[in-house]
Design a protein around this ligand. Sequence first.
Ligand SMILES: *[C@@H]1O[C@H](CO)[C@@H](O)[C@H](O)[C@H]1NC(C)=O
Ligand SMILES: *[C@@H]1O[C@H](CO)[C@@H](O)[C@H](O)[C@H]1NC(C)=O
Ligand SMILES: *[C@@H]1O[C@H](CO)[C@@H](O)[C@H](O)[C@H]1NC(C)=O
Ligand SMILES: *[C@@H]1O[C@H](CO)[C@@H](O)[C@H](O)[C@H]1NC(C)=O
Ligand SMILES: *[C@@H]1O[C@H](CO)[C@@H](O)[C@H](O)[C@H]1NC(C)=O
Ligand SMILES: *[C@@H]1O[C@H](CO)[C@@H](O)[C@H](O)[C@H]1NC(C)=O
Length: 344
Amino acid sequence: MIHHILLTTAVIIFATCHKTTLSSPVKGIYWSENQIFPPSSINTSLFTHVYYAFLFPNNLTYALHVSDATASNASLFALIASTAATRASFIHSTIQVSRIFGFDGIDLDWEFPRDSNEMNDLGQLFHEWRLAISADAVATRRPPLLLTAAVYFAVDFFLSSTPPHKYPVDSINQNVDWVNVMSYSLRGPWGNVTGAPSGLFDPGRNISVSFGLQSWIQGGVVPEKVVMGLPLYGMTWQLQDPNVHGIGSDAAGPGPGLNGAMAYFQVVEFNNQSGAKVAYDVETASVYSYSGSSWVGYDDPLTVTVKVAYAQALCLRGYFFWAAGFDTSDWKISTQASRAWILA
Ligand SMILES: *[C@@H]1O[C@H](CO)[C@@H](O)[C@H](O)[C@H]1NC(C)=O
Ligand SMILES: *[C@@H]1O[C@H](CO)[C@@H](O)[C@H](O)[C@H]1NC(C)=O
Ligand SMILES: *[C@@H]1O[C@H](CO)[C@@H](O)[C@H](O)[C@H]1NC(C)=O
Ligand SMILES: *[C@@H]1O[C@H](CO)[C@@H](O)[C@H](O)[C@H]1NC(C)=O
Ligand SMILES: *[C@@H]1O[C@H](CO)[C@@H](O)[C@H](O)[C@H]1NC(C)=O
Ligand SMILES: *[C@@H]1O[C@H](CO)[C@@H](O)[C@H](O)[C@H]1NC(C)=O
């Protein structure tokens, strides 16, 4: 019954948008530097693009520093984007590093520009980056490097207390191949009630995948430059009362897993070993499980199928996952997503 409602919703929307994508679809996955899951373990037949995460700019030269450190520094990106000279150093370095190490493109993960000045600077950075990438393609007689960016779940920061600031949509349309919309981690154990971390819908507050993706399109970015983010992980909470276990139940901090997060394969293990109950929530089109006072909100092959249909209904370019190594060892979600993406 519940499955039927979810799939029907997706099918109806899909029918309104049939003549889609001229460009080939994007099925991406980020691989984050780690010792456990080497890049050679990635089943590359399931993906069109694999992102290496992360390289950081040096804070004196603004050139990429090849290391495995992991934390993005919004202040440093703001500084780099703010003058022509610092932008040039950074851009030059990104192209050089990409060519030396044989990457096909560059993905910017600036989390996040904090005001409209920084958004303008980001637009200027994309513009100069595109010019440099085009010049490099001519000089090297090679296909131009791809230029993409990981971005906030919505086109503007409508939840923030600072004045609303919007991404530079014109510059994105002109200069960027596509944006990877981080439509996940929308809720987590930092909140005091359980919730869908990457719910397709949110009847209460617009903190949803659908609202975010639509804001990108209504905000002016062409749909074929929008790629939907999918989490291969769940968020966990500790229920205040084990008998009150729906979406929006009172919680007292993180549940099982590292800092209240679990890879999808760990959620599957947890469900199996604890005998957790699994429930689909129609209003958010999400899945959760609970056992005792432990509560996990996540995506599974079914919810991902609905999201992929939704993304195609909006004529989006594709989807991407965070992150490699979090799916089951037989790639259940990644395989399902790849199959669900119907070629136009
Ligand atoms: C990789 O995925 C493809 C497509 O689903 C599948 O046919 C193949 O068996 C997978 N390979 C491995 C090693 O999992
Ligand atoms: C650059 O980073 C180093 C190491 O994190 C720090 O000690 C130094 O103060 C930073 N310098 C600038 C100019 O931000
Ligand atoms: C981030 O970069 C800014 C500008 O270089 C620097 O002042 C700040 O110390 C850095 N913060 C961290 C955590 O490295
Ligand atoms: C939970 O958080 C909301 C919003 O931050 C706040 O209004 C509410 O009082 C909090 N409830 C509890 C039980 O802490
Ligand atoms: C959600 O977004 C819609 C459309 O922008 C708006 O009309 C509505 O007021 C928003 N709801 C909330 C709770 O912010
Ligand atoms: C579930 O757990 C049992 C024992 O705890 C184990 O034998 C079985 O292989 C597990 N199944 C899956 C799908 O993990």
